[in-house]
Write a protein that binds this ligand. Structure first.
Ligand code: AMP
Length: 249
């Protein structure tokens, strides 16, 4: 059984992003980039399924610039068996990535596709759902537990009222939530081993996919600066201010 895992190269979660002065986007010059944290969880889950003997091959896919190779090497250092880079310099929106992944699902025929629930750069939370629709596959989003046996995946999801458990027939699409697992540290020997694993590069056109953006970003702006807080002398003043100034009680 094969698992396809989508890994996106994003601005590292520790970096404080800066908006470009012309408001056209986020400044990516000299910024540390890493694998999207939810995708690390996705790779870890796929590798754990392989370690349990449920899965035989873990294939990592990344779409974007040539440097996404580094993201794929990290996935292979965690334990993915091979990588596919769908290389393009074009701006990629979730629909384009979902179309690329659909083409790869057709080609690779995985039993399970695992994606992060959202990319921390665009915060779209769309790609997994779009892929499931395009490929006509069952989906379970925001997974906090995944069990695979006998051609089905049993997925626990964290929903507002508690936990929901779904049973999906494979092949299926699963997206990861934060509590699914804690990804392992990547060790130096595994980084060295990952360098020798196969990495194939294709272009979106080779897969017959047009990745032209369908949505235009009009402007990107920093959030408004928060004004400084004040100290109140006692509870009575606090309650009065909440009533008359903040008008929240
Ligand atoms: P999004 O819908 O953009 O929030 O992304 C959700 C998930 O889709 C991510 O966590 C990744 O697993 C996958 N994904 C999105 N963009 C890419 C990309 N360029 N390359 C590989 N995977 C991606």
């Amino acid at each position: 059984m094969k698992v396809l895992v989508a890994v996106k190269r994003v601005v590292d979660y520790n970096v404080k992003v800066r908006v470009k002065s012309d408001g056209t986007g986020v400044d990516l010059a000299n910024v540390k980039m890493s694998m999207n944290p939810f995708d690390e969880i996705a790779v870890e889950e796929a590798v754990r399924l392989k370690e349990k003997g449920v899965v035989t091959e873990v294939v990592a896919v990344s779409c974007g610039v040539a440097q996404c190779q580094e993201t794929l090497r990290t996935a292979m250092a965690i334990g993915a068996d091979r990588g596919i880079l769908v290389e393009t310099d074009a701006e990629l929106q979730p629909l384009a990535v979902a179309k690329v992944l659909k083409a790869l699902v057709d080609k690779e025929q995985p039993a399970l596709v695992i994606l992060g629930k959202q990319a921390i750069d665009d915060d779209c939370n769309q790609t997994g759902q779009m892929l499931a629709a395009l490929a006509d596959l069952p989906q379970a989003t925001f997974a906090s537990k995944v069990e695979v046996a006998d051609g089905t995946a049993t997925v626990t999801r964290e929903v507002d009222g508690g936990l929901e458990t779904l049973k999906l027939s494979l092949p299926a699409v699963v997206t990861t939530d934060l509590r699914l697992n804690e990804p392992r540290y990547v060790t130096l020997p595994n980084i060295m081993k990952a360098k020798k694993k196969p990495l194939e590069t294709v272009k979106p056109a080779d897969l017959g996919v047009d990745v032209a953006p369908r949505i235009k970003t009009l402007s990107v702006a920093e959030p408004a600066k928060r004004s400084a807080g004040i100290k109140v002398p006692d509870v009575a003043t606090l309650v009065a201010k909440l009533k008359t100034e903040a008008k929240v009680i």
